[in-house]
Design a protein around this ligand. Sequence first.
Ligand code: NAG
Ligand code: NAG
Ligand code: NAG
Ligand code: NAG
Ligand code: NAG
Length: 589
Amino acid sequence: MGVLQQRCRKWLLCWTPTWHLLIFFLMIFTVSGQIRYSVPEEMKKGALIGNVAQDLGLDLTRLRSGRARIVSGETSQYTELRADKGILVVNERIDREELCGEVTPCSFSFEIILENPIELHRITVEILDVNDHAPTFKNKVINLEISESATIGSHFDLESAYDPDAGIHGLQNYVLSPNDNFALKQHSNADGIRFAVMILQKPLDRELNPHLSLKLIAVDGGTPQRSGTVNIEITVLDANDNPPVFNQSLYKATVAENAPLGTYITTVNASDADSGSHGLVTYTFSNVKGKSAEKFEIDSVSGRIIVVDNIDFEKDKKFEIRVIAKDQGGLSDATKVVIDVVDINDNAPVINIMSFSNMISEDVPPGSTIAVFNVKDADSERNGQIACSLDSNLPFKIQSSLTDYYNLLSDVAFDRETKPEYNITITATDSGSPPLSTTTTLQLKISDVNDNAPRFTKPNYSAHVIENNSPGMSLFSMSARDSDWNQNARISYFLEDTEVSGSPVSSYVSINSETGVIHAVRSFDYEQIKQLVFTVRAQDGGSPPLSSNVTVKMMIQDQNDNPPQVLYPVQTGGSVVAEMVPRSADVGY
Ligand SMILES: *[C@@H]1O[C@H](CO)[C@@H](O)[C@H](O)[C@H]1NC(C)=O
Ligand SMILES: *[C@@H]1O[C@H](CO)[C@@H](O)[C@H](O)[C@H]1NC(C)=O
Ligand SMILES: *[C@@H]1O[C@H](CO)[C@@H](O)[C@H](O)[C@H]1NC(C)=O
Ligand SMILES: *[C@@H]1O[C@H](CO)[C@@H](O)[C@H](O)[C@H]1NC(C)=O
Ligand SMILES: *[C@@H]1O[C@H](CO)[C@@H](O)[C@H](O)[C@H]1NC(C)=O
């Protein structure tokens, strides 16, 4: 244990007030010796500090007779003088750090006093440091929060370790557990306290490693070396270094037209590797002004797209919407949503009459074009394929000319007199399921042609006229009918010019051309003419006119307008011959 002895004899100046008395003694009585010992701290009780007797040149007898003992103040408890052996031993554990703290060298002094004669010897014991302390950190854990955006070279001061041992036994070095991101730099300040700083060498990535656990080890220079460890727990704080990313660059969906409001279309989904608000994604449509965006709505949080307006396939067959995903830090991504509209058979065919005159002459030949029409259907595919039909009992047919153009043709010869008008119903039906159809009705009137001659109500007429009639008397009337219309049916009556007994018939009778009433022109005389046969013609106003004849037979009836004349026997004289005529005899008897 290498005792350092240092002898130095001289008067000692003492500074402790309690020692005044002693000083007085010293000054009066004695020579004094000073011995210096060095012992390591932490020696066991009874361990030898030094052989005082030998070092002071005193023998044991003198020690005994002089009643050698330690006089001292506060530090006396550390040492014991074994006067029988002349040695100084440790009485109580000596902790250098407790005794001196950071002061070096560390020593304490006391005096040994002997009597008869009085001698006073000063003993100084230097306590040598032993590496009895490990460096320690005040806390077990150093918590650090470092943003992932921290730049390379950023400094992070670490808590210093403390080792109460002195010199080489004190804190010598820090070691950081191996890691990719940080290097360690050490400094000593003016007080000789070492401290460590972590320096960022490689950027942190929260998305890769949100948490780092490192160890900082503080070591001293003793042998064996002692060390202390503190855990460094690093929480990597998020920086908005990741944009949202859609999981698809194109979303496809279909929607049936007329889908009810609220119909679900699809869900877009963008994820953002950042945390917190930096990873909070909201969705919006980018083409706000287009009509597409008005038909749909996106839930800004869930990305669900629904229908909010009526969708008409006939207006929009497809929608393309740009969707933007944005995080709270302003980074964004865009994607496209393509929505195909599926046609529903919601449009009935439309019939357009391109050309139609509602009046047609009854003499048009079969196969004549009555009307031209076209059909349209706003739906597509089968929903827009149209077939046209007519009521089967109508004398018309439909013929397709150009695509979607049709001719309506007559299929028979018309006869106004049997059917003066037709209601032609055209039906256009698409092939949807269920099919939709439209009908349109054309009202066709058949115009008259003078194709019917007047016809007398009787095949012939006969009448009896009593003779001696007054001239101008109406005898009888006759009439004819014409099934044509209007002018074509306006009938005039004429007497055919024939001769009766050498005179024209018109000298006997006349006919009112409008009413068909026959008048006598003269008074008939049965005795001259017994019957009159003539022909009456009925003629219509058509162009050319049609006519028909009828034979009229008129019998003149006798009246008793002549006195009987006896023809037989021939009247010769004035004798009267009586002729018997039955009372019931008819005219002409
Ligand atoms: C978004 O897509 C990812 C992967 O495609 C999936 O893991 C996640 O659950 C989806 N998010 C939603 C809200 O559906
Ligand atoms: C994307 O996200 C949507 C919504 O969550 C999901 O339905 C779809 O399957 C995802 N696509 C891919 C390719 O993961
Ligand atoms: C045609 O229709 C009109 C009006 O609907 C009706 O007055 C007329 O009697 C109809 N004609 C035929 C021949 O059905
Ligand atoms: C006139 O009509 C009657 C029957 O109505 C017929 O018996 C007669 O032969 C007709 N006379 C002439 C001249 O056609
Ligand atoms: C009517 O009688 C006239 C004279 O006899 C004749 O010329 C004419 O052709 C007849 N018409 C018809 C329709 O029989």
